[in-house]
Design a protein. Structure first.
Length: 313
């Protein structure tokens, strides 16, 4: 059965029937708009678009995988502001011949990833399109805290990371070479594991600046140093290369640190903290902030490859 067989409203009925509403959703799908609770009258908003052939391939990832990735890309941005995710709205642009089962799988993946972050899918829109495209907007609640922006890092702060780095990029390389293993790396590309809870925790621990690693660690830290007008130096020895990643890099002839420093889509969080702040075990210190400008590794510019992804280059 295709989307054309059930029509727009039939598709919406099938998809929304699969969505469970969390406590922050006061009114869910079915009306002209959803109603989502915002405890302190402020809402954090982020949006992202995934296009088939550029962000995902259906021969590499299931519909559920794509749903997880689409939700994670937005929910991580909310966490990187120090906020708690509350809701997602989704726009689906799809060819009429797309199977209904694929759209249902996408909905399941979106809902499952949202639930991991404590959020719900509360609405959206559908439209016919020759290119399968998914647009997601995430909402979040600061719960009385100040947002943690990219602009607050100061010389003397420590740089710390929560979450994994390089796993998704390694999985992408494995898939692009025609392989399906190591499975752990391929699965990391299909469904990132995001430390959502670490964002609000970092805000409470006094984080001065924060960003999620969506394009690549060096590139994303570049946005942070631009906003804060500081320099950041990373310590190569503070970054772990797991055995599976090291073995895959050897087999594929790749420097694994190119994945760690330049690979994105793991959606780890990287933040700066004042000297002496006590961090939870989820955070590991990997560098420091200094006066100046730019991102270096052991005092030298990163030259092993692109520092991250740029859609228009």
């Amino acid at each position: 059965m295709t989307i054309a067989d059930v029509g727009e409203f039939g598709l919406i009925s099938k998809v929304t029937a699969r969505m469970a509403m969390g406590p922050t959703c006061l009114l869910g799908p079915g009306d002209d708009g959803a109603v989502v609770a915002a405890s302190d009258n402020r809402v954090v908003v982020s949006t992202d678009v995934l296009v088939e052939g550029r962000h995902f391939r259906r021969d590499w990832s299931s519909a559920e995988d794509v749903g997880h990735r689409a939700a994670a890309a937005n929910l991580a941005d909310i966490a990187a502001m120090g906020a708690t995710p509350t809701a997602l709205v989704v726009g689906l642009c799809a060819p009429p011949e797309l199977p209904v089962s694929w759209a249902e799988g996408l909905a399941d993946g979106l809902a499952a990833e949202a639930a991991l972050a404590g959020a719900s899918v509360v609405g959206g829109d559908t439209v016919a399109s020759p290119t399968l495209t998914i647009a997601v907007t995430a909402l979040g609640d600061l719960r009385g805290a100040d947002p943690v922006t990219r602009a607050g890092a100061k010389p003397g702060d420590r740089v710390a990371v929560a979450g994994r780095l390089g796993w998704s990029a390694a999985g992408y390389t494995v898939l692009s070479r025609g392989f399906r293993s190591p499975r752990a790396l391929v699965d990391a590309h299909r469904r990132p594991i995001v430390p959502y809870h670490c964002g609000p925790v970092a805000a409470r621990q006094g984080a001065t600046a924060m960003i999620d690693v969506s394009d690549g660690l060096v590139a994303d830290l570049g946005h942070l140093v631009d906003a804060s007008d500081v320099a950041i130096d990373l310590h190569r020895t503070d970054f772990e290369v797991p055995a599976q990643m090291a073995d895959a890099a050897t087999a594929l002839g790749v420097d694994p640190y190119a994945w760690v420093f330049g690979g994105g889509e793991d959606h780890a969080l990287v933040a700066t903290f004042p000297p002496g702040s006590v961090l939870t075990p989820d955070w590991r210190v990997v560098g420091e902030v200094a006066a100046g400008h730019g991102v270096t590794i052991d005092g030298r510019p990163y030259t092993a490859g692109p520092g991250g992804w740029d859609h228009f280059r």
